[in-house]
Design a protein around this ligand. Structure first.
Ligand code: ATP
Ligand code: MG
Length: 229
């Protein structure tokens, strides 16, 4: 077993969520143990992003419980996540593998609605130059994150970049001791990397198990692994 202490860092209990009158989550229950990498997989529209957004208080109406380190998340606004030790990189936000997670967060890329490619290129150049000058860094994360929520961090990236992001996630987990909860459409790579995973379908839990178990689960194989590789 990976963890000696097995402390639950995050717990979602019977989570329900709505956008207006439309109910998206119909009772999702999951937990993440300190030190784990846990993935959420499932078809488009299953409510994977909604789960992460609910944790970050970015969903207008929820019911059920969300506990982070035994404290309810309900009164923590998105802008204060970082102070509480939670980093959140929503779906569709650019993550630069050459930058630390902290730098990615500082760049504010995770809050920008419309990403200005040119501005990003400029920032990217600036930061790579900066990094070259500052070789010895204290660590990947200087912000004291204990939990990192990643929504499809490899979306739209080349296979090489995907690999690099997955390596980075592993490194953040092992070296910086940051617990990871991520949503990934690349089920095979996510399951290989993950200690455990959950399959969501239509806003509900469908399957759960260790990454290894789910990699060899017939239903997962059929639906998400496509029989290749
Ligand atoms: N802001 C919103 N307002 C209304 N409906 C929304 C909103 N965001 C998401 N939805 C709907 O909620 C459902 C679940 O969306 P969600 O983004 O959580 O799914 P997902 O599992 O992350 O899917 P994907 O794999 O496509 O990212 C979808 O039917 C989606 O259209
Ligand atoms: Mg999504």
């Amino acid at each position: 077993m990976k963890m000696a202490t097995m402390k639950t860092i995050l717990q979602l209990h019977d989570l329900k969520a709505w956008y207006g009158n439309l109910q998206i989550l119909h009772g999702v229950t999951l937990h993440v143990i300190q030190g784990e990498i846990v993935s959420i997989i499932g078809p488009n529209g299953a409510g994977k992003s909604t789960c992460l957004k609910a944790i970050a208080n970015m969903v207008p109406k929820i019911e059920g419980e969300i506990f982070f380190e035994e404290k309810s998340m309900k009164k923590i606004p998105p802008s204060q996540l970082i102070q509480h030790g939670i980093g959140f990189i929503p779906q569709g936000r650019v993550v630069f593998p050459s930058l630390t997670v902290q730098e990615n967060l500082e760049l504010g890329l995770y809050t920008q609605k419309n990403v200005d490619r040119e501005a990003i290129e400029k920032m990217y150049e600036k930061f790579t130059a900066l990094q070259k000058r500052k070789r010895e860094k204290a660590g990947l994360l200087s912000g004291g994150e204990r939990l990192l929520l990643l929504d499809e961090p490899t979306l739209g990236l080349s296979p090489l970049m995907k690999k690099s992001i997955f390596e980075k996630i592993k490194e953040i987990n092992t070296k910086e001791k940051v617990t990871i909860l991520m949503v990934e459409q690349n089920a095979r790579m996510a399951l290989k990397l993950s200690d455990r995973a959950y399959v969501l379908e239509l806003g509900k839990n469908r399957l759960a198990g260790t990454g290894e178990e789910l990699l060899h689960n017939k239903e997962v194989e059929h639906l998400y692994l496509g029989g290749h590789g």
